[in-house]
Ligand binder design. Structure first.
Ligand code: UDX
Length: 453
């Protein structure tokens, strides 16, 4: 068991810290926001993640998990330092790694014996190797340390599951000592036979980007098929099913929708494109994915507006704001993009989200948007509802009640969580994504919107 400092208590840092403590290590989660640290000491977590409060509380009470704003002191008490700070996108799409280097400098200045610095923030390929040189520059002559890369693959909303039972662990390291420590730290996962990829620094870093860009490509591909389905009278959910049964393809991440969002895919696709450009390598697939995803979100605005007719002055209820269910994370959420598009067309938006409304209220994109107390309240007087995030509580709505409170019964199910026939049977015009219908004999295939009989 090790004494570990995890620097940066964002999503990755806090989940990593809590899980490492649960594996039996002594962990200090450090953040430079002193107020945030105080709140964490009072067990108030900075974001919503199912299961996390319980595991934080347990490990905190049992003394394996601490919170601190004292970076230098924490480093001196630790053998292993995980860096999990933010790498926000710069204007040109490249990742801003300045926080990583700032932390690494403090690590360098506090090397009092061998330490392993594990770079876990998603950073451009080459960062870990540069960090080694950087730390060498700031450390005392002869200081002993290694730098490793250990990318995270956690999914928000199921962060604990994906950290405690990951598909694989990737370790990028170049000394036996570093590899041994990281293997030992991940020992509890060995017991459940988690496969491990032990490789070089650059390769480990690229695995992370390749994974996220591939997943973004997969989603974007099925979204493109969805648009084809609408034009040609096919059903994207059946296409995805048939396609996914090919084991080389696999059925996951083939849910057509409003486009991907979140803190990873948008940022990582842009970052890969930026470092490919810098390396003078063409990244035409990833570039096309970025453009197609933007187009997909805009298309959702077109769909909703087509459903309500002349949009100016009409009301639309947007259900779901977070970029996906079970999180209050609004970073690059498709809902915000769609709301901005609707507002530009003069639509009045009323939104509802089970957990993300408090955070949403602070955002400039939400200016002029009213908030409902529940889905029906948001839908009151609306000319359409648009389900943008597939929260469970939107799955079984009382359609008769919904129709009664709305001004016009237009139902845009941008996550395909309803059976279109049930929605039309309840008297709504149904708009899905990729839910085309075959044409009557002799007529051209059309149209995505289904009207009640
Ligand atoms: C993702 C990766 O899954 C994770 O491995 C990585 O480490 C970080 O990025 P996350 O962003 O938390 O995780 O969410 P994810 O569940 O992957 O969804 C990302 C976005 O894609 C969401 O907006 C989601 O709605 C969308 N999506 C996902 C689809 O539109 N269709 C799908 O089939 C799957």
């Amino acid at each position: 068991m090790y004494n570990i400092t995890v620097v940066g208590s964002g999503y990755v840092g806090l989940v990593t810290g809590a899980c490492l403590a649960d594996f039996g290590n002594n962990v200090i989660c450090v953040d430079n926001d002193a107020a945030k640290v105080e709140r964490m000491k009072a067990l108030e977590l900075p974001f919503f993640e199912p299961g996390l409060p319980e595991i934080v509380e347990r490990n905190f009470n049992e003394g394996r998990l601490e919170f601190s704003a004292d970076l230098a002191g924490s480093i001196r008490r630790s053998k292993v330092v995980f860096i999990t700070v933010g790498t926000p996108p710069r204007a040109d799409g490249s990742a801003d790694t300045s926080q990583i280097y700032a932390v690494a400098k403090v690590v360098a200045q506090n090397l009092d014996g061998y330490k392993l610095i594990v770079q876990k923030s998603t950073a451009p390929v080459g960062t870990a190797r540069e960090l080694y040189t950087w730390i060498r520059k700031w450390a005392k002559r002869g200081a002993e340390f290694d730098v490793a890369s250990n990318p995270e693959f956690l999914r928000e909303g199921s962060a604990l599951e994906t950290t405690m039972r990951p598909d694989r662990v990737v370790i990028g390291a170049e000394s036996k000592k570093a590899i041994d420590i990281l293997k030992k730290i991940h020992d509890p996962l060995f017991l459940i036979e988690t496969p491990m990829v032990v490789t070089g620094l650059e390769t480990a870093e690229l695995i992370k980007y390749a994974s996220n860009c591939f997943l973004a490509t997969k989603i974007t591909f099925i979204n493109e098929m969805a648009n084809l389905c609408e034009a040609l009278g096919a059903d994207v959910q059946m296409v995805a099913k048939g396609l996914g049964m090919d084991r080389r393809i696999g059925g996951k991440f083939l849910h057509a929708g409003p486009g991907y969002g979140g803190s990873c895919f948008p940022k990582d696709t842009h970052a890969l494109s930026a470092f490919a450009r810098k390396a003078k390598v063409k990244s035409s697939i990833v570039d096309a994915v970025i453009a197609a995803n933007e187009h997909q979100m805009n298309l959702m605005v077109d769909k909703i507006c087509a459903g309500i007719g002349a949009p100016r002055g009409k009301r639309v209820a947007v259900l779901g704001l977070s970029f996906k269910p079970n999180t209050d994370d609004l970073r690059a959420a498709p809902a915000l993009h769609i709301i901005a598009g609707l507002k530009r067309r003069g639509v009045k938006v009323c939104a509802f989200d089970p957990v993300a409304m408090a955070k949403a209220e602070e955002l400039p994109e939400m200016r002029g948007v009213t908030l409902g107390a529940d889905p029906y309240d948001a839908a009151r007087g609306a000319h359409a509802i648009a389900i943008v995030t597939e929260w469970n509580e939107f799955r079984g709505m009382d359609l008769a009640h919904l129709k009664r409170v709305m001004k016009k019964p237009v139902f845009a199910d941008l996550r395909n969580i309803y059976n279109p026939d049930e929605v039309t049977a309840a008297g709504f015009t149904h708009i899905g994504v990729g839910k085309g219908r075959p044409a009557a004999a002799g007529k051209p295939a059309r149209k995505a919107a289904r009207k009640p009989a």
